[in-house]
Design a protein around this ligand. Structure first.
Ligand SMILES: [Zn+2]
Ligand SMILES: [Zn+2]
Length: 298
């Protein structure tokens, strides 16, 4: 089976290693495909300042570095240029045209933020536990289910707006809510998930099985959880495996556990992205243009 990671962060945003260092390590670790997915710069008008997004003035250098790596590694490692783009209602999302000029190979769409409609207040569900607690108090009067509902609504709206090739860490909202780990979430959450999966079914979007939390030791399960994977399998939603790598050590990290979870869910294959492939109807985007990889038996 060919191994790939299309969810990779470098020193251009919040990763620890350089583009070249990650290429070298990916090759040594036997990956066939490496895609870079810097956190896309947020629109300046948002006023949101972070340490983890690619600064807009580094965007060109990031693109040049990845394009140079493509050439340097040609024939050894397929390198792709991507971005992980935040969906924030009324502000930005993977469907935005502002990245069209950069000739991206693919886009990951992710929800990290919950915000008020006027964007005066916001927080990330991906932040430290204290940020989650304070955010749920401030924006949802302490109602965790309401916060989760807002999160899933954002995911659903992002899916419907389109523009993304890969859905990033679909159930990130569980990260700081331990009682919900291992599929122990409330019924309203389950209904929200089902609505999102139904929306996904009609789109050409691949859902990543993301081992990032396992790689960083924050949680012992993938995004999505096993129960969600099972429901996805019922709906034949295509999947790929990504490490959400923030260092060379994360590349391919816990892929064995992702494969195990996929098999337990009934999946027999995943999809790997290769550029310039065409699907049966000539399409260049979506899972039918990707390559099917059967999961290893052992
Ligand atoms: Zn992310
Ligand atoms: Zn990421």
């Amino acid at each position: 089976m060919n191994y790939a990671c299309l969810h990779t962060h470098t020193t251009f945003c919040d990763g620890r290693d350089t583009v070249e260092g990650l290429c070298q390590s990916a090759w040594e670790q036997g990956l066939s495909i490496l895609g870079f997915s810097a956190h896309a710069p947020l629109p300046a008008e948002s006023g949101i300042i972070t340490q983890w997004h690619l600064p807009i003035d580094k965007l060109e250098a990031y693109i040049e570095a990845v394009q140079a790596a493509k050439k340097a590694w040609e024939g050894k490692l397929a390198i792709y240029l991507g971005l992980e783009i935040d969906y924030i209602p009324g502000l930005c999302g993977p469907a935005d045209r502002r990245f069209d000029a950069y000739n991206l190979d693919y886009r990951i769409g992710s929800v990290h933020y919950l915000s008020t409609p006027d964007l005066s207040h916001y927080f990330t569900v991906d932040g430290p536990a204290a940020e989650w607690e304070a955010g749920v108090q401030e924006l949802f009067a302490g109602d965790y289910e309401a916060a989760a509902h807002a999160y899933w609504k954002n995911v659903e709206d992002m899916v419907n707006a389109g523009g993304l090739d890969i859905l990033g860490h679909i159930d990130l909202v569980k990260k700081n809510q331990k009682p919900w780990w291992n599929d122990q979430f409330p019924e309203s959450y389950r209904q929200d998930v089902r609505r999102v999966l139904r929306a996904l079914q009609e789109k050409s979007i691949v859902v990543e099985v993301n081992t990032g939390a396992m790689n960083r030791g924050t949680m012992n399960e993938t995004y999505p959880s096993l129960g969600i994977l099972r429901e996805m399998r019922q709906l034949s939603i295509p999947v790929t495996i990504n490490a959400d790598a923030h260092s060379t050590a994360h590349l391919k990290g816990n892929y064995d556990k992702a494969i195990e979870a996929l098999k337990q869910s009934g999946y027999e294959e995943i999809f790997n992205f290769y550029k310039n492939r065409k699907g049966p109807s000539g399409e260049t985007h979506g899972p039918s243009a990707w390559i099917r990889e059967r999961l290893p038996l052992e």
